[in-house]
Design a protein around this ligand. Structure first.
Ligand code: NAI
Length: 246
């Protein structure tokens, strides 16, 4: 598969690195994100690649249906999807009894519903000629995670949805796999990784003793999208320096 790929959360961090990698590999890219200014910046970083940038909130069904249709129309179909849009919400990062209900629902709306919507509307294009889906969950969806009720539930949900997709669409030539990053150096984490004491505690639980760079997550996502992974389906792959084995 070498056709156009739709990427959500394309404006920053892991999604941006995925777009840059895809563009270097000569693939057309539809960039979707709610942040129009950053989206424009990312699109410009892709040079001469064939691209379309669409500002959209991934949690909004009608807007996502229109955005996916616009992307497929502009690029002549879709053969890949990467769902990287995701958030933390301060109101969700508390002991569960203190989590704000709105914050819990907000996180689920972006991380889980947003993944569902992107895939739902892209699937008719993918089944038309074969394709691949890569969802971005988190190690929080794989093992116990001490904070973020909505975040953890959303990422567990993304893992489960990916397995369902692999079972439902494999026969139609669509593969679905999930990347679970460990702590990665992006704006999402608010720079806490730059605090030396936090960094020391964090990396002591990672066999490689360092956090990930966005390119290292993007490389695995793009491998899963491409022809070298043509028989990989329904896999949940931690990209975490070995953190989930300890
Ligand atoms: P980031 O904050 O750099 O990028 C996330 C992008 O999603 C931003 O461009 C943001 O504008 C976009 N976005 C947020 N809400 C949106 C919405 N409602 N509609 C459209 N776009 C929206 O974060 P990062 O780190 O690149 O995160 C990407 C994915 O990786 C997320 O799903 C995150 O949960 C996951 N992840 C990140 C980890 C990390 O340590 N950075 C660790 C594990 C998973």
């Amino acid at each position: 598969m070498t056709g156009p790929v739709l990427v959500t959360g394309a404006a920053s961090g892991i999604g941006r690195a995925v777009c840059q990698r895809l563009a270097r590999d000569g693939r057309a890219v539809a960039l979707l994100d709610r942040d129009a200014a950053l989206l424009d910046e990312t699109r410009r970083s892709l040079g001469d690649a064939r691209t379309i940038a669409i500002p959209v909130d991934v949690s909004q069904a009608a807007a996502m249906e229109a955005a996916v249709a616009q992307a497929a129309e502009a690029l002549g179909g879709l053969q890949g999807v990467v769902t990287s849009a995701g958030i933390f919400d301060p109101g969700d990062l508390r002991p569960l009894a203190d989590v704000e209900v709105d914050a819990f629902e907000h996180v689920l709306a972006v991380n889980l519903r947003g993944t569902f919507l992107a895939v739902k509307y892209a699937l008719p294009h993918l089944t038309a000629g074969g394709g691949a889906i890569v969802t971005v969950a988190s190690t929080a969806g794989l093992r116990g995670h001490g904070f973020g009720a909505g975040y953890t539930a959303s990422k567990g949900g993304v893992v489960a949805l990916t397995r369902l997709l692999a079972m439902q669409y494999g026969e139609q030539g669509v593969r679905a796999n999930c990347v679970c990053p460990g702590f990665t150096d992006t704006p999402l984490t608010g720079g806490v990784q730059h605090d030396p004491e936090f960094a020391r505690r964090l990396t002591s639980g990672i066999p490689m003793r360092r956090i990930a760079q966005p390119d290292e997550i993007a490389g695995v996502a793009c491998h899963l999208l491409g022809p070298d992974a043509s028989y990989v389906n329904g896999q949940i792959i931690a990209v975490d320096g070995g953190a989930t084995v300890v």
